[in-house]
Design a protein around this ligand. Structure first.
Ligand code: G3P
Ligand code: CA
Length: 311
């Protein structure tokens, strides 16, 4: 959230766990630290006999480790195409599951249909997720809506439709966000602007795109919404960091494989936030957060949330 984000924290909200960035910042972490502090002091008191000094040191070490872990900033957890490990990607069902799993944001991909409706779908063609082949830009929403976008994942999702963007935005709970990846060209902007204006959740929307011109255009059209440039090319990122700052993008959203210390440091020095995708491995999430990444896009928001819980 602009103007309210603490240093090193994502402009995306975080809603669960301890020591979250942004709106729920630090309360959980402080409570956790205080709890560990109390219990450790009690144990140290009980072990005040000189013979137990070694144990005292061990307990102190354990306390420090737990306190350090609790102080590790938790990134915003962004559900990639919804909770797409379990539910069919880019459907209302996958968004709703992600919210249940306490995702801070849901990421969706958009294309424009032949009748100018903004459809939520990762591919330009419907074949992979519906079994029937239609090019979205050449097909009306009426036809697209007859397709079953759920069965391919699991029979229990039979009948899930390709959503209109408005339907996905309508699922976003208070305090959380929808990250909209613009997959198609600039032809989508007139319809997108209308949706954003009418949805009543404008402040909860974030835009991302791989195409440079598209994200710069999004920045221009939606000056108060966060905009991040997507890339999986290390050389392109080195080249564009200065430009991204010049065009007032909020940050970069990079393939985790190209996120290293030098890149994060350079981006931060330019005033850019760093997000990363698509990470389902808690150890890799820890590496990224340690480098200063403030938002993690994952197919498994439940697993990543759990990995930040100290038993
Ligand atoms: O959030 C960024 C990520 O979604 C980009 O890759 O192919 O899953 O759209 P892709
Ligand atoms: Ca995407």
């Amino acid at each position: 959230m602009k103007g309210r984000k603490p240093k090193n924290c994502s402009s995306l909200p975080t809603v669960t766990g301890r020591n979250k960035c942004s709106l729920q910042s630090n309360g959980g972490g402080q409570a956790a630290s205080s709890q560990y502090s109390k219990s450790c002091c009690t144990i140290l008191y009980l072990r005040s006999n000189p013979k137990d000094r070694f144990m005292n040191k061990m307990m102190l070490l354990l306390f420090c480790t737990l306190a350090a872990a609790s102080l590790m900033a938790q990134p915003a957890i962004i559900a990639h195409r919804g909770s797409s490990f379990t539910a069919p990607e880019n459907t209302v069902a996958s968004a709703q599951l992600a919210w249940q799993q306490q995702a801070d944001a849901v990421e969706v991909d958009i294309y424009l249909s032949a009748d100018n409706r903004v459809m939520v779908m990762h591919d330009g063609n419907t074949k992979r997720t519906t079994g029937q082949s239609f090019k979205i830009s050449e097909t009306t929403s009426e036809v697209l809506r007859t397709l079953d976008a759920g069965s391919w994942k699991n029979e229990q999702y039979k009948g899930e439709k390709i959503p209109f963007l408005e339907e996905m935005i309508a699922t976003v709970p208070k305090g959380r966000k929808m990250v909209i990846e613009i997959k198609c060209g600039p032809e989508v902007f007139p319809a997108l602007e209308k949706i954003v204006k009418k949805c009543g959740k404008k402040k909860q929307l974030v835009f991302i795109a791989f195409n440079w011109e598209t994200i710069v255009k999004a920045r221009e059209i939606f000056p108060k919404n966060s905009c991040y440039w997507l890339s999986s090319s290390a050389p392109a990122v080195q080249e564009k960091i200065g430009e991204a700052a010049k065009f007032k993008l909020d940050g970069l959203n990079l393939n985790n494989k190209i996120v290293d210390e030098a890149t994060v440091t350079k981006a931060k020095a330019a005033g850019l936030e760093m997000l990363s995708w698509t990470v389902d491995d808690p150890q890799e999430v820890k590496r990224l957060v340690g480098l200063g990444v403030t938002g993690i896009t994952t197919n498994r928001p439940d697993l990543i949330q759990q990995s930040f819980s100290i038993p």
